[in-house]
Design a protein around this ligand. Structure first.
Ligand SMILES: Cc1cc2nc3c(=O)[nH]c(=O)nc-3n(C[C@H](O)[C@H](O)[C@H](O)COP(=O)(O)OP(=O)(O)OC[C@H]3O[C@@H](n4cnc5c(N)ncnc54)[C@H](O)[C@@H]3O)c2cc1C
Ligand code: FES
Length: 345
């Protein structure tokens, strides 16, 4: 199904911490199906009439309200300048849910989650979804923050722990607060994660990490280096300023004839030399889905059926998705004279 924007009214704004707010949207009955979400998915949001959009993860498990948690970034166009002025009843345009972060949960019995800061948002939904599955034996959550008052969804995490005391173990790492164990008062690095794994977490059959770029990429690499299969390590980034995942040094991409299937309709257009597929597509299809345009959110994903592309960043794609031909159209530039892509798969 093609992701589409719909105007939704804000039902509630709840302060989570001094600098984080939960926004709950009212979903009318006729849009319930298109806004039904999987655990770990996100929505893109834009102010009516504007093109700029930002992605926010849904914090509830499937069947729950459409609720997101936004942390204020000083000077941030949406989180700092738009969000404080919003009131219940105001309308925002919301893209139907996308994302596959939670897909790897299927079939797991002992999933482990590492969240830092606002990275808890998709993970809260995934923890709740895992606990609702009777086949899951044990869920482990390591939540990293600077101090307890900065922990987003502290009450919701405590509620889950109260409800499932034997099936959920929660470790709060607070880097600016002394705790009984120095392990829990220091930044989580590969060595400390190793100690947590051997002393607290035990065997886990799938890992999900979400938080700042350095923490997520370093810990994911450490887990793989430590023998965890790379197919069992899943990451979600909110932002990446680091080096691209693939270099396209030198080569400017050639012009290419492109055919795209999107929302059941076929569109044909020509890419200019050096142009990314999404940029060319937006000239003929204003409804093409995208958000970050930086290879991070995955909203612009499509499958390549013919031709070849190179991508400067592929943060939102897992190795098996790359292997089956999924591409991020905001990053994809042709290396062949023709391309065929499908957004609807
Ligand atoms: C898949 C996905 C899910 C996301 N889910 C959430 C969520 O659940 N909760 C949440 O609060 N945010 C989430 N984000 C981040 C969110 O989309 C915005 O990037 C963030 O709110 C900043 O937007 P802004 O307009 O306020 O700041 P901008 O005006 O975009 O940026 C201001 C400055 O901060 C830098 N910056 C932008 N984003 C970040 C970031 N995340 N971390 C550090 N620096 C940054 C920019 O480079 C810029 O210098 C998610 C992002 C993605 C891709
Ligand atoms: S628009 Fe975010 S990855 Fe392409």
């Amino acid at each position: 199904m093609r992701p589409d924007f719909h105007p939704l009214r804000i039902a509630a704004l709840d302060e989570l911490t001094e600098d984080a707010v939960a926004v709950t949207f009212e979903v009318p009955d006729d849009l319930r199906d298109v806004f039904a979400h999987q655990a770990g998915q996100h929505v893109a949001i834009r102010v009516p009439g504007e093109r700029e959009r930002r992605s926010y993860s849904i914090c509830t498990p499937p069947g729950g309200a459409l609720r997101i948690g936004v942390r204020r970034l000083p000077g941030g166009a949406f989180s700092d300048r738009v969000l404080p002025g919003l009131r219940p009843g105001d309308e925002l345009e919301v893209l139907t849910p996308t994302g596959r972060f939670g897909a790897g949960l299927a079939g797991l019995r002992r999933p482990a989650f590492v969240a830092a800061g606002s990275g808890i948002t998709p993970i809260l939904a995934m923890v709740a979804a895992a606990l609702a599955d009777p086949a899951v034996e044990l869920v482990s959550l390591v939540d990293c923050n600077r101090s307890q008052r900065e922990v987003m969804f502290l009450d919701e995490i405590a509620d889950l722990k109260n409800r499932w005391p034997d099936r959920l173990q929660v470790v709060h790492v607070l880097t600016r607060e002394a705790q009984e164990s120095p392990l829990l008062s220091s930044r989580l690095d590969p060595e400390r994660l190793g100690v947590l794994r051997s002393t607290v977490l035990g065997e886990c059959d799938g890992w999900f990490l979400c938080g700042p770029f350095d923490l997520v990429t370093t810990l994911a690499a450490a887990l793989v280096a430590d023998g965890v299969p790379s197919t069992a390590v899943h990451t979600e980034l909110f932002h990446a300023e680091a080096a691209p995942t693939v270099t396209t040094a030198g080569a400017a991409s050639p012009a290419a004839a492109v055919v795209v299937r999107l929302g059941g309709l076929e569109s044909r257009f020509t890419l200019e030399p050096g142009e990314a597929v999404l940029d060319g597509l937006l000239r003929v299809r204003a409804d093409a889905p995208y958000a970050c345009q930086g290879g991070v959110c995955g909203t612009c994903r499509a499958r390549l059926f013919d031709g070849e592309v190179t991508m400067a960043a592929t943060w939102a794609l897992e190795p098996d998705e790359l292997a089956r031909g999924d591409v991020l159209t905001c990053q994809a530039r042709p290396t062949s004279g023709q391309l065929a892509l499908d957004f609807d798969v």
